[in-house]
Design a protein around this ligand. Structure first.
Ligand SMILES: NC(=O)c1ccc[n+]([C@@H]2O[C@H](COP(=O)([O-])OP(=O)(O)OC[C@H]3O[C@@H](n4cnc5c(N)ncnc54)[C@H](OP(=O)(O)O)[C@@H]3O)[C@@H](O)[C@H]2O)c1
Length: 216
């Protein structure tokens, strides 16, 4: 499958690498066609049909898209990538609406709306599925890294798109995938972030994750 990964951060690199290793043709997009991180990634993954380009070219190229950019920049990136290039496509959204200030970490949108819903509104013909935003990048494609089963959540308005994304999550090694329902539920996924940031800042390492224990 042709996949456009919009984002050159740790998440973009992690997901693009795994998707390429799984046999997909992956283009990594960035603000500039000569982004060094993306270029180095493409070189290192040449054996896997990997290449790099602008956000717009990656969005145009992908049959499925991954949006993994700084939360503050997500809508700008979608604009640069051109909304028409998202039409009909499944979009995996890992972005978090984080805002860092003197009072600690805050969400710039919450309670009544989520960043994912804003992204969906900016590309109404796409099928946005929020997932992996509550998982550290190190665990995203290696969920058993801590030696225990962890939980990943997802939310989205299109049932087939969620099934499609769940297949990818299974290929990444996830067994406990909780579908929280429509994209409105992405609000709750994003609202988990301040807790994760607090734990990370207390422990100063990324080796932890959510596991939901339930009976029935
Ligand atoms: N890191 C994690 O462990 C983790 C875990 C779960 C979820 N997330 C979420 O996933 C998303 C990606 O995280 P990340 O850590 O991989 O990377 P990041 O540093 O949050 O984002 C890097 C990407 O954002 C783009 N970007 C930054 N500022 C921009 C601006 N002003 N205008 C346009 N584009 C801009 C960069 O573009 P260029 O390529 O042009 O530089 C780059 O592609 C974030 O929303 C984050 O909250 C991260």
């Amino acid at each position: 499958m042709r996949i456009g990964v919009l984002g050159t951060g740790t998440v973009g690199i992690t997901l693009a690498t795994k998707l390429a290793q799984l046999g997909n043709e992956v283009k990594m997009g960035s603000r500039s066609a000569d982004n060094k991180t993306a270029g180095d990634w493409a070189k290192a993954n040449m054996g896997h049909k990997a290449s790099h380009c602008t956000f717009e070219e990656a969005a145009k190229f992908g049959e499925m898209l991954v949006l993994s950019v700084h939360g503050n920049a997500a809508l700008e990136v979608v604009g640069a990538a051109k909304p028409e290039n998202f039409k009909g496509k499944v979009v995996i959204d890992t972005c978090n609406p984080l805002e860092f200030g003197p009072g600690g970490v805050k969400l710039f949108v919450s309670n009544t709306e989520s960043l994912s819903e804003r992204i969906q509104a900016s590309v109404p013909d796409a099928k946005v599925v929020k997932t992996l935003n509550t998982v550290n990048a190190l665990l995203m494609t290696d969920p058993k890294r801590l030696g225990e089963e962890l939980t990943v959540f997802m939310a989205g308005n299109d049932e087939n798109a969620k099934k499609h994304v769940a297949e990818f999550l299974k290929k990444f090694g996830w067994n406990d995938i909780i579908d929280l329902g429509g994209l409105e539920a992405s609000r709750y996924m994003e609202m988990l972030l301040p807790m994760l940031m607090q734990l990370g800042s207390m422990w100063q390492h990324p080796n932890f994750g959510f596991r939901i224990v339930r009976k029935g």
